[in-house]
Design a protein around this ligand. Structure first.
Ligand code: IMP
Length: 193
């Protein structure tokens, strides 16, 4: 089965390529000839992921899925959440986002947080199907590690003494928000209809 992953993020595409298995031929936006900046105007992860997947389905008529992810920090009332990509303003910049988050948590002891991902799958003319994954952790005091992307250098998953950016990609994927949501997606796709 061919399936397009509606993302412009090469890190995400790389993560996914290692997760979906051989029965699914993952296509990038480039593979389907899409170079557009896909709109993301929702106020929650589910509507954003649906908006991204629907954009690709409507413009390119291919089976596809999209994800949307947010980092929810308890001491900040769940911020940056759905606004994680542009937390420090436009244009989106991961380094500035992390610096602002660390500044806003300066002196705060309670640093619990979670990544949450929602994936929307659009197959043929079927109704959208949603898959969710999350991972609990804490925000570190400083940035550590050079693997991964986004907020990885400041997120320490529970049960680990290092950030996502200090882990091998395969280890991150095994426990991560997106890894869990993708496992549910793959399980669904491999079920007989
Ligand atoms: P989006 O899902 O691509 O819209 O991502 C929202 C924000 O979360 C962006 O700033 C991403 O860099 C960040 N983000 C998404 N997934 C991850 C992840 O696995 N690790 C760290 N940051 C992430």
């Amino acid at each position: 089965m061919q399936l397009c992953f509606a993302t412009n993020n090469p890190h995400k595409l790389n993560e996914l390529k290692n997760l979906v298995g051989r029965s699914i031929l993952l296509q990038s936006l480039k593979d389907i000839g899409c170079s557009a900046e896909i709109p993301e105007t929702g106020d929650n992860l589910k509507s954003n992921s649906l908006e991204k997947a629907a954009y690709i389905k409507n413009h390119f008529n291919v089976n596809c899925f999209a994800d949307d992810t947010g980092l929810e920090v308890d001491a900040l009332g769940g911020a940056p959440g759905v606004y994680s990509a542009r937390y420090a303003g436009e244009p989106a910049n991961s380094l500035l986002n992390m610096k602002l988050l660390l500044k806003n948590l300066d002196g705060i002891k309670e640093r619990t947080a979670r990544f949450r991902t929602v994936i929307t799958l659009l197959l043929e003319d079927n109704a959208p199907v949603y898959f969710e994954g999350s991972v609990e952790g804490v925000i570190s005091l400083t940035e550590n590690g050079s693997e991964g992307f986004g907020y990885d250098p400041i997120f320490i998953p529970n049960g680990f003494g290092c950030t996502f950016a200090e882990m091998e990609q395969s280890e991150k994927s095994r426990i991560s928000h997106r890894g869990k949501a993708v496992a549910k997606l793959v399980n669904y796709l491999n079920k007989p209809y």
